[in-house]
Design a protein around this ligand. Structure first.
Ligand SMILES: C[S@@+](CC[C@H](N)C(=O)[O-])C[C@H]1O[C@@H](n2cnc3c(N)ncnc32)[C@H](O)[C@@H]1O
Length: 280
């Protein structure tokens, strides 16, 4: 069965949380966090959670183990896995990272650049920006993704290399359209947007690459609505522009402009680009 065989869960769906007895307290902790996010869940104790178990329980669900909270489906499991990003973070340098140039993250600045990442997802871009020295507020509206991010941050706080970086990261469960309406002018230096992108964009070259979507992305797509009803984030651009002097939008290299607005500047990478919108 492919990851695409399943439909996203509705907002009112009951989430099963699998755990083994030694992690019962963690499982109860996550169940109560999810209840605070108005997500109903049921704890299911398993004798052993291994590949065989995951294959026998292919429906979209959650799982708790010593590494925190996981999303599971179709025999796979995924989490933001910030620890796997460490080699990439160690190689990163503000001078050669396009994201650092686009967001003006400079280590020699006296005070850290304040960035609102209004489309957090798995938090990988924010983790990179924080590792380069920025202070980042992540906004994620999907409760399950938010819980996975919270779990990733907790893991990071206990990790030798990531602990300092995690201190510069805050995560908020809210729709950015609401959050950005409420903030005052220039509360942040930069608003960063990386909204979901339709799978079949005519301007997008890499049909082949779509077929190679990583496991993480396959499971992520199960959480989010199908293309037809997908909110592509167009409305966030004008709102963001009304609040800060610099808005950066990440796009696949050949994608259309967000909200069809021509950017003031672009940084082109191999597969992606950053579009910048400046306000005086
Ligand atoms: C493509 S992913 C972002 C990936 C992210 N840049 C990363 O590095 O992992 C887009 C995410 O933005 C979230 N999102 C989209 N619109 C949003 C909004 N208005 N408010 C909050 N989150 C939003 C979606 O739920 C999804 O998780």
């Amino acid at each position: 069965m492919s990851a695409n065989d399943q439909l996203p869960k509705s907002d009112s769906a009951l989430w099963l949380i699998y755990y083994t007895i030694e992690h019962v307290e963690h499982a109860q902790y996550w169940q109560s966090c999810l209840a605070d996010l108005t997500v109903q869940s049921q704890l299911i104790e398993a004798e052993k959670i291994n590949n065989k178990f995951l294959k026998l329980h292919p429906d979209l669900a959650l799982m708790v183990d010593e590494d925190g909270l996981w999303l599971t489906a179709n025999g796979m499991k995924m989490q933001p896995a910030w620890q796997d990003e460490v080699p990439r973070l160690k190689r990163a340098n503000p001078k050669n990272e396009l994201i650092a140039r686009a967001c003006q993250i400079k280590p020699q600045l006296h005070s850290a650049v304040k960035i609102i990442d209004a489309t957090a997802g798995l938090g990988h871009d924010s983790l990179l920006m924080a590792s380069l020295g920025a202070e980042v507020i992540l906004l994620e509206r999907h409760p399950i993704l938010f819980a996975l991010l919270e779990s990733a941050k907790k893991q990071a706080e206990r990790h030798d290399y990531l602990a300092n970086i995690a201190q510069r990261i805050s995560i908020i469960h809210q729709d950015s359209a609401h959050y950005l309406t409420e903030i005052v002018q220039d509360q942040a230096d930069v608003i960063y947007l990386d909204p979901m992108f339709p799978a079949r964009d005519h301007n997008q070259k890499s049909e082949k690459k779509q077929a190679q979507v990583k496991k993480q992305m396959q499971l992520l797509h199960l959480l989010l609505p199908e293309d037809g009803e997908m909110d592509l984030g167009d409305a966030l651009l004008d709102l963001a522009k009304s609040k800060v002097k610099r808005v950066i939008v990440k796009r696949p290299k050949h994608a259309t402009f967000l909200d069809e607005q021509t950017p003031d500047h672009q940084w082109q990478g191999d597969a992606i680009r950053f579009d910048a919108y400046f306000q005086n």
